[in-house]
Ligand binder design. Sequence first.
Ligand code: FES
Length: 99
Amino acid sequence: MDLVEVHFAAANKTVFVQPGTTLLAAATLAGVDWPTGCTRGMCGTDAATVVTSAPDALDAPAEPERGTLDRMGLPTGCRLLCSARVRRGAVAVQGDAVG
Ligand code: FES
């Protein structure tokens, strides 16, 4: 199984993780201290703008992530790091989508 590249732009750190890994777990592996709260897709503390190498580089948002993104009014391309799971290719986490 091919690893997925995850780059954290603000920290300029990159890790390679197994498909199915959350972006928050990737941040921890990369040594990036990303703000979190509930870690269950409910609070939105860890929202970030994410750029992917392909449309299916991440699993599509499921509940409760989908509902939280909608409630916060965040644009397409924003994900909750605790909930977004990588699938293939490369993912770049650009920065905090809220602040
Ligand atoms: S930490 Fe609460 S939504 Fe991710």
